[in-house]
Write a protein that binds this ligand. Sequence first.
Ligand SMILES: Cc1ncc(COP(=O)(O)O)c(C=O)c1O
Length: 394
Amino acid sequence: MNSGPGDAQLPLIYLNNAATSWPKPAVVLKEVAQCLRHPFYEPGRTTGDGAADYPATARDALAEFFHAGPPEHVIFTQNATDALNLLIHGFVKKTRTPFHAITTDLEHNSVLRPLTALERDGAVRLSVVPFTDFRVDLPAIKKTICEDTRLIVMTHGSNVLGSVQDIRPIAEYLHANDIFFIVDGAQTAGNIPVDLSDIPVGAYVFTGHKALFGIPGIGGFFITEPDAIAITRQGGTGTDSRVPGQPSEMPMRFEAGTPNYPGIASLLAGLRFITSIGQDTIMRKNAALTRGLVHALQKIPGITIYNENPDLPVVSFNIAGIDNHKAGFILARAYNVITRTGFHCAPLVHERIDDGEGCIRASLSCLNTLDDCRTAVDAIREVAESAGSPVRPD
Ligand SMILES: Cc1ncc(COP(=O)(O)O)c(C=O)c1O
């Protein structure tokens, strides 16, 4: 098996945390191992001797983390994509008659593709609101709302531009106007404090494997109005087994089959890790690292940075004279610096910022160091120099 992407002699500099965070904190690895050491706790079936009830404990922890409740309204899925599909398709199925839906051009394909599929099926008419200054605000959304607008799905934080949307006024307006609001929090959960106690979203989606430091394969959502979403998955819940239909109680209503116990354990440990450091401390560290990275890249001739002031630890750029895929490949192979290149599953953003060419994205976590950033900047400088980037006029 290939042992890694780059030169094993060089330290690995991992700047692809917006895709999935690495390394995982030691407490996360330990909790996953601990979870697998015992039979799983299965409420309603058997109780593994000595096993922890990870789903219930993690539900409580997530409800507390997001200031959202009750905990039974926290639902586990495979990832954010799975959660968005369940919610979007479930909302459309419940609504039955075709309606108008709104999204934005900041979105990830996990929002765009389900909505586009539904538009092709004639289930929704879709409007895409363009961002201004990297954000979509309430006035822009209001302009697009029409009489039969029932659903708005939008990202909380852009995975390319690192801009965070002010969801509170949007949520308040949509709630007052009976429009279901799904927020994609894949990039914000764990990176910034998210307090849903007074933000009336319909549903807030999170993923476990990015800034919440869990392992891949776990995500979920918090839902305020479960009745807005049709049940689209049926199966074993360990409860009401003689009843042919899916139980309507939460959380079983949306969770069928054996849960991802190790994933849930990792997410629980990730939340505890974040809480032990403090979400504000993490945000400050991320901001300091990101600022330093932007300032250093700004000094390299031939670099175009698309988001010089991001809210999230994400910096997107291109190097003159070299294709972004090629540059990312050289950074990985020759320098062991791992970034992400291309379209980042957000094709509409690239039409606006880089003529649809795609870009290099360096994304940080609080486990990165200033040294990581310095090493990455040195590597990027060398790639830019050898690409023959023109010297910037003073
Ligand atoms: C904004 C955004 N939404 C959704 C997703 C999908 O997340 P997951 O991999 O957990 O399905 C991502 C992942 O890159 C993302 O950045």
